[in-house]
Design a protein. Structure first.
Length: 90
């Protein structure tokens, strides 16, 4: 698509657009309780928290349990600990 075609498409769309002051918002109630909302990044599929590599010692029984879960066992430990923090257990 050429720049001229893009410009024509944009002008055609803008010509049929409803002005902002003519939009009816009556079916959209105002949100006043934000207690259940999370920031978008925390529940986005693209959110990747910053991680830091550390050395930590666990007992062999615990490691054997998580390693038996297969690939991703370190992520499972991280998720388990994050859930415990969120639940106030640690």
């Amino acid at each position: 698509m050429t720049d001229l075609e893009k410009s024509r498409n944009i002008k055609a769309c803008e010509a049929g657009a409803v002005p902002g002051d003519k939009i009816n918002y009556s079916e959209n109630p105002e949100i006043t309780d934000f207690s259940g909302f999370k920031p978008l990044l925390q529940h986005s599929e693209y959110y990747k928290p910053v991680k830091e590599q550390v050395s930590i010692r666990f007992n062999k029984v615990l490691l054997a349990h998580f390693r038996a879960m297969g690939k991703g066992w370190q992520t499972k430990i991280n998720d388990f600990l994050m859930d415990a923090v969120k639940d106030g257990q640690i």
